[in-house]
Design a protein around this ligand. Sequence first.
Ligand code: NAD
Ligand code: 6OD
Length: 488
Amino acid sequence: MTGATFQHFIDNRFVSSESDQQFEKRSPVDGSLVGMVAAGGQSEVDQAVSAAAAALRGPWGKLTLAQRCDMLHAVASEIERRFDDFLDAEVHDTGKPRSLASHLDIPRGAANFRVFADAVRNVPTEFFEMTTPDGRKAYNYSLRVPKGVIGVICPWNLPLLLMTWKVAPALACGNTVVVKPSEETPATATLLGEVMQTVGVPSGVYNVVHGFGAGAAGEHLARHPGVAAITFTGETATGGAIMKSAADGIRAVSFELGGKNPGIVFADCDFDAAVAGITRAAFLNAGQVCLGTERIYVERPLFDRFVAALKAAAEALKPGHPSDKSTGIGPLISLQHREKVLRYYRHAVAEGATVVCGGGIPQMPGSLAGGAWIQPTIWTGLEETSRVVREEIFGPCCHIAPFDTEEEALRLANDTAYGLAATVWTRDVSRSFRFGAGIQAGVVWINSWFLRDLRTAFGGAKQSGIGREGGVHSLEFYTELRNVCVAT
Ligand code: NAD
Ligand code: 6OD
């Protein structure tokens, strides 16, 4: 893959930046050069937004709903046909195990297009009969019309999955998009441009501008007056900055932000299932999943046994090359992100945590020594006020604390500024309903984690987001509902 160039995709063409500015994309696996990425600025964002606006007035805007949906199914099929290309691209960018990307990231890229192409065909609209003052019939009906050009600003942890989760419903609703992928993961957004060309999606419908966030492509996109609405996934602080940009022109925002999600394990749980579920929730994708749990609360009678079992599971996660079938955990996204996570590892020790396992950098052989590897880490013994317990770390690590009563578990779970997700493990059906109602989060998984039905509402409470996407909720965000009143 060394030597690749990731260009912008604007108006159906791959182009460099006007300034010819580029930046390096390095592999998280060994630090080698993956390729050079075009660094977009105001000019590229202007061109992309103009192309997207023109496409709305052009052939895209004239397609019937059925034609548009057929085209999105064709996009899904083309992603499936080029499965290995997408897999290579995603793995080179992120360093995640191929086994993970081939089961999660790439299939979801295709599924997102299929689900929203079908959802938009099946959503009902209102129709009301009324009477005019002089006694005639009048009919009110609602039309779902596209909002316009949608700015899509993406993170690096699940690049194709999270980008298509926004692009697919936006296009299904008849909008056009300008995507700003994360500077860490330019590849799959670029490849999707080739898919759009192959399928014959009209010029300007899907545009990609690469580059950085603050003061660069991301901020220019968020500020652009030609952008009707902004959908963003990323850190809570970045969401705050984008919200200020969106205030100019009163543009709508949909935000999926950070989390510090609780995992709650009751003594009556199916023990093996709980250990397996929490292992995934804490360590999948090297802990770089917004829905993951970094705060685990275990009912006291089970505490020691659970800590020992999670330690064994963490230690069994072998770090290794993405192609190695025995690899259980990949590197973090970058050396810079590893330094941030390691600061929390040091902080935990300084605050007196017991390090149950991990806590540092694993010894990696040969060239892998240059990668962003880190050990899965478990702590116990920290106060709930510790920064390690309160702040999102976004690494393969968690703190485990005991609790004695259901009320205490609920209080601890909700004692956070965030409210994205929770995972609860219990065999008590009534309790599972109480937690479903009591936990202040957008998604509550009972005896499960990251089990997704794309028709359901997805998003965060408190500082974890604004709005909901998924199924009809995505259609609400990506359309304007227009009422038409016809007096006969
Ligand atoms: P980030 O906020 O640093 O960056 C996300 C994107 O925003 C990037 O494309 C970046 O270039 C851009 N950006 C940065 N500053 C900007 C600005 N001022 N204006 C416009 N764009 C700007 O996030 P990240 O580090 O890429 O991703 C990790 C974070 O994302 C974690 O906090 C994680 O919890 C969160 N996340 C949330 C969800 C969810 O569904 N709630 C999903 C995935 C990730
Ligand atoms: O599954 C999804 O639709 C989704 N938005 C997942 C988010 C994962 C965060 O890392």
